[in-house]
Design a protein around this ligand. Structure first.
Ligand SMILES: NC(=O)c1ccc[n+]([C@@H]2O[C@H](COP(=O)([O-])OP(=O)(O)OC[C@H]3O[C@@H](n4cnc5c(N)ncnc54)[C@H](OP(=O)(O)O)[C@@H]3O)[C@@H](O)[C@H]2O)c1
Length: 248
């Protein structure tokens, strides 16, 4: 049976790592990128290959830099020729400073990383999908992009931008058999949220129905469903997975 080949950006840790493992367990060939954490990337690659299923490839690549992503696409074409699916997961949250205390440089760095890593990947990899008239793209956004969050103005703005970018792209590429959707997690237990104070987390969760952070594996389950099982009639949507945090 033909293996499904999936690229996951920012796969070495957190949600991306769980997505890579969940897809590998489903028998997909998993290609993932990372920025700097070589040790974590190699550890994950070994785990994927130990499963003895579709196997994996790890690539160091700064997804926010277009020339690096162009170079990545050349390596991918050489290694596997094509992609069935892309999960744009790489992202940074920023330093948590209120807007007026954040430096202009840092503010734009968050926007540039979170929006640029998605647009660069789509710009460079989409032609591979268009020529095959098939593909699924999932962009990882955030509840912060829907609600806004104090100390996260750049992060929230960047994720909201990715949602409207995704809807527009979905309208452009649907006729080529390509679906584009977003998955929007709430508060998930990863390195990104581990430094947040217990008091802040408790305040955020106090009105939520489940009163707990989500697991990266729960987000990974939804991504796997969207890539492997969901009808291709779901297009341009943002699916929220937040334990009810956003509705409370
Ligand atoms: N955790 C949450 O509560 C939460 C909630 C909503 C949305 N999200 C979103 O979910 C995604 C993953 O978050 P996470 O919590 O798993 O984050 P994380 O634990 O901090 O992991 C981030 C991953 O992205 C990679 N990365 C960062 N910048 C990159 C770049 N420029 N190029 C390539 N890779 C890059 C990191 O690589 P290295 O290991 O090499 O540094 C790492 O693998 C992000 O888009 C985030 O905004 C997270």
């Amino acid at each position: 049976m033909k293996k499904t080949i999936v690229l996951v950006t920012g796969g070495s840790r957190g949600i991306g790592r769980s997505i890579c493992m969940a897809l590998a367990e489903r028998g997909c060939t998993v290609l993932f990128t990372y920025l700097s954490n070589e040790a974590k990337a190699q550890e994950l690659l070994e785990e994927i290959n130990l499963l003895g299923k579709g196997g994996g490839y790890a690539y160091r690549c700064d997804m926010s830099r277009l020339p690096d992503v162009i170079d990545l696409s050349k390596r991918i074409r050489k290694d596997v020729s094509y992609l069935d699916a892309i999960v744009n997961n790489a992202g940074i949250v920023g330093d948590g400073k209120p807007f007026l205390f954040a430096t202009d440089e840092h503010w734009w760095d968050v926007i540039h990383t979170n929006v640029g890593s998605v647009t660069n990947t789509c710009r460079v990899m989409l032609p591979m999908m268009i020529s095959r008239k098939s593909g699924r793209i999932i962009n990882i956004t955030s509840l912060s992009g829907q609600k806004g969050n104090a100390g996260q103005s750049a992060y929230s703005a960047s994720k909201a931008a990715v949602v409207t970018f995704s809807r527009s792209l979905a309208k452009e590429v649907g006729r080529f058999g390509i679906t584009v959707n977003c998955i929007s997690p709430g508060l998930i237990d990863t390195d990104m949220t581990r430094d947040i104070s217990n008091e802040y987390v408790a305040n955020r969760l106090v009105w939520s129905p489940l009163k707990r952070k989500g697991g990266a594996d729960e987000v990974a389950n939804l991504v796997t469903y969207m890539l492997c099982d969901a009808p291709s009639y779901i297009i341009g949507q943002e699916l929220t997975i937040d334990g009810g945090l956003g509705v409370s």
